[in-house]
Structure formats: structure tokens, C-alpha cells
Design a binder for this molecule. Structure first.
Ligand code: HAM
Length: 417
């Protein structure tokens, strides 16, 4: 038997129904905040991710799906969307026509991570990128939008963690000091941790190794102490706005995030509902990325969130949510053509959903199925009643039944709607 690839998921109609419902709310929410949808290709040149997410990050080093195309070009399935959005922004030179551009996206991303609950190899992200403003109100808008999305979906026990990494210069100085402070513990590090410390010391702060975490806690300097006064002011203003907006947050000085493009503000929202993979979403400012990828110097900030993790937090993972408005129950083979025509007429004239059984099941089974589909009404074609051209209409919620003439079916539902 050919099976799906580890870490990928088939979505059946109930899952898709839940996801589409969430997407509908997201699109509405993001649109009223002035963000428009952008769709970029799911594969890009590998170089794009190496130069943005960072050559020495876990994502680029070990998690990307990369292959050499027939013409010798290295291509990669996107592990995230920010790089692609910025590539599109630069390619179209959008700064020439817009002082600020606000985009949102929803779509699949790919990382070859070890699969577990809330961690997949093909997952879905929704997110925003606001390109053009370097003011702290823009950071606060993005953080508050992320927070309010989870509130909108009824997720409680949220924790908003924020920090500032300062500019690239101060990161450089911090990286050197961090390396220096941890050098003497090298014997406790494994090979890949030593590599991290050498090539990209900031990434050592993401380690899951408890022993190393303790060493870091006790010995490593905090990046926040390296940031400039201007960056501190920027951070203070964000906190002020978040206070005014009643958004609770924690200043987590250990938060650095796993992608290299960040400058100044970084943030993550976590939830108790998720267990080990507790990050619902993450984001931050990346003021140098547009320029580094060949565009003008334009500041930007955004966040991305895992759709599957939102479903877990909402407890919708295995929720059955199928429905139909009307279920036509029929056992008379000779009237099947008329029944199918009736279903079409109701759909067209009333715009409601109508389900017709095609398994020729017993009356009891059809009624049970109608119940499972949360049908609001059943139209029951019963042999005896048909002799007088009458049908039963069963209101499934009220558990009431009426007998009406077949000619009156449409007008019955017209009145009811
Ligand atoms: P990230 O923290 O790598 O950031 O991913 C954002 C979110 O995507 C995570 O918080 C998580 O919910 C979800 N996610 C990541 N990997 C997986 C996975 N293997 N399975 C399921 N869900 C996953 C970024 O991607 C940045 N582009 C965010 C950003 C946008 N920063 C600025 N703008």
C-alpha cells in the first residue's frame, strides 16, 4: 500500500470545513485591519532562504526540501513565507508606488522536522508582513493583531513574550561576548552545538538540551543589555501601546527566535493548550532584509502562525462538523429521477444544501445519516403517503413532523426561510 509521507496529513471534508471556516474569519479580520492577501509560489530558489532565514539556522541547514532542477538550479519548497513576500516586493519594486504595503497570506510551508503533535513536515501558516514603517506603533499593531486573532477564536491562557534584539551591529558584539562566555563549557557541548557556537552563536540559545540551557541561564549575557538607547525607546513605546490596548505581555530577555533576519522587536505567543510545541505564532521586525536581498532600505515587521496549532488550541482537531439543510429520504426506486430533480430545484431556488442518499439504504439508516449530517429538515417520501401525493416534512431540531402535498414543498421552505 502506498502511504502518505511522514509528517503530512490528508484533510477530509470535516477538517476542510473547519479550516475554511477559520480562514473566512481570518480573511475578514485581516482585511478590516488594512491587509490584502498575497500569494507567492510554493517553491523558490534555494538561495533566497539561505540569504534570508540564514545559512546556519536549523531550517536552512537540515529542514529544507531542496532539489536540483533539470537545468541545474537548486530549488526549495518554502519553509516559511516572509522571504518569498519580500522577494516579490523587491521584484515588483513596490516601494516606488506605495510608502507602506500590508500583506497577509495563508498557505502550506514545508520543514523536514521530526513529526509530533503540532509539528508537521507539510504544515500551514497564516501571517502578515507590513513593509515600510519603522515606527513602534507598527510593531504594536502586528503584535496586537496576532493576540486578537487568538482571542477571536476563543483561545485563553495566552502568553505574549516580547524582546528586542537591537540592530545588526549590537548583535555582532553580543554574539562575540556570548561565544566568549560559553567557550569554557565546550566539553559539555555536542558536535552540532559546538558548530552552532562557532558559526552562529545566537542559535545556541534555541537549544533544547536542558544542561546547556542551564549553563546559558547562569553564564550567558542578555542581549537586551546590548541594545542602543534608541532601540530601548522603541521597545518602551511598544510596551506603552500594548498596555493601552490591554494586551498582557512578558518581556522575555531570553527570546531570540530561530531565524537570522530579525532586528529589534521579536515576539512569540504561546499557549498551555499545545503541550511541547507551545508556540502558536512568532514574528518580529526585519529592517535589513529588503536591502540585503537587493531592494531599497525599507523596514518591515510581521508574524506567522501555524494553522494546525490553532486547530489544536481550539480543540477542533477531530471535531465532526458536517451539515446539510435538507435530507431527502426516499426508498422508491421508480421516483429517483424526480427526487434528484427536486433536490436541484430546491438548491437553485432556495440556495440551501440538499442531500440525496445514493446507497438505497433503509428508511431508518437514511434518517440516522440525516441526523449525523445535522440536517435541519428531512423530506420523507413514504410509499403509503405517495399514493395521495403527500410527503412528510420532519423538523429535525424540534422533532416535529407535518404532512404536505408534494407540490407545496418549495413554498413550505420558502415560508420557513
Ligand atoms: P516561525 O517561528 O519559524 O516563524 O514559524 C511561525 C509559526 O509556524 C510557528 O509559531 C508555528 O506555529 C508554525 N510552525 C513552524 N514550524 C512548524 C511545523 N513544523 N509544524 C507545524 N507548525 C509549524 C516564521 O516562519 C517567520 N516567517 C515568522 C515571521 C513573519 N517573522 C516575520 N514575519
Amino acid at each position: 500500500m502506498i502511504k502518505s509521507i511522514k509528517g503530512t496529513k490528508d484533510l477530509l471534508p470535516t477538517d476542510v470545513f473547519n479550516i475554511q471556516d477559520i480562514e473566512k474569519h481570518l480573511v475578514q479580520f485581516l482585511s478590516i485591519h488594512g491587509y490584502g492577501e498575497i500569494r507567492t509560489p510554493i517553491f523558490e530558489s534555494t538561495e533566497l532562504f539561505a540569504r534570508s532565514v540564514g545559512e546556519h539556522t536549523d531550517i536552512v541547514n537540515k529542514e529544507m526540501y531542496t532539489w536540483i532542477d533539470q537545468n541545474g538550479q537548486s530549488l526549495t519548497l518554502r519553509p516559511e513565507m516572509t522571504a518569498s513576500v519580500i522577494r516579490a516586493y523587491i521584484q515588483k519594486q513596490i516601494w516606488k508606488s506605495e510608502p507602506i504595503s500590508k500583506y497577509f497570506y495563508i498557505g502550506p510551508a514545508f520543514r523536514r522536522e521530526r513529526p509530533q503533535k503540532g509539528r508537521l513536515r507539510q504544515f500551514h501558516q497564516f501571517g502578515v508582513e507590513s513593509i515600510g514603517s519603522d515606527n513602534p506603533e507598527q510593531d504594536a499593531e502586528v503584535i496586537s493583531m496576532a493576540y486578537n486573532i487568538y482571542k477571536m477564536f476563543g483561545i485563553e491562557k495566552l502568553s505574549v513574550n516580547i524582546n528586542s534584539l537591537g540592530s545588526i551591529d549590537c548583535r555582532q558584539k553580543y554574539s562575540n561576548d556570548l561565544k566568549e562566555s560559553l567557550k569554557k563549557f565546550k566539553n559539555d557541548f555536542n558536535e552540532s552545538e559546538i558548530k552552532r557556537l562557532e558559526n552562529n552563536p545566537l542559535r545556541i540559545l534555541d537549544t533544547k538540551n536542558k544542561k546547556i540551557r542551564k549553563i546559558i541561564e547562569e553564564n550567558a549575557p542578555s542581549i537586551f543589555n546590548y541594545i542602543s538607547n534608541d532601540d530601548k525607546k522603541h521597545f518602551d513605546m511598544i510596551k506603552k501601546i500594548l498596555n493601552e490596548l490591554n494586551i498582557p505581555y512578558i518581556h522575555d530577555q531570553g527570546l531570540v527566535r530561530g531565524l537570522d533576519y530579525y532586528t529589534k522587536t521579536v515576539f512569540e505567543i504561546t499557549s498551555d493548550a499545545l503541550g511541547a510545541q507551545d508556540a502558536l505564532c512568532g514574528g518580529g521586525r526585519y529592517d535589513n532584509l529588503v536591502e540585503n536581498l537587493g531592494g531599497k532600505s525599507v523596514p518591515a515587521i510581521g508574524f506567522a502562525a501555524g494553522l494546525e496549532r490553532l486547530l489544536i488550541a481550539m480543540n477542533l482537531e477531530n471535531e465532526e462538523n458536517m451539515f446539510t439543510d435538507i435530507y431527502i429520504v426516499n426508498q422508491e426506486t421508480q421516483i429517483i429521477p424526480q427526487i434528484m430533480n427536486l433536490a436541484d430545484i430546491i438548491r437553485k431556488e432556495l440556495g440551501v444544501s440538499v442531500y440525496v442518499d445514493s446507497l438505497r439504504r433503509s428508511m431508518k439508516s437514511q434518517l440516522r445519516h440525516a441526523d449525523k449530517l445535522n440536517a435541519k429538515y428531512c423530506i420523507i417520501f413514504d410509499y403509503e403517503k405517495l399514493k395521495t401525493e403527500k410527503v412528510y416534512i420532519k423538523n429535525m431540531n424540534e422533532n416535529e413532523q407535518q404532512i404536505i402535498h408534494v407540490e407545496k414543498i418549495i413554498s413550505y421552505f420558502e415560508q420557513d426561510s
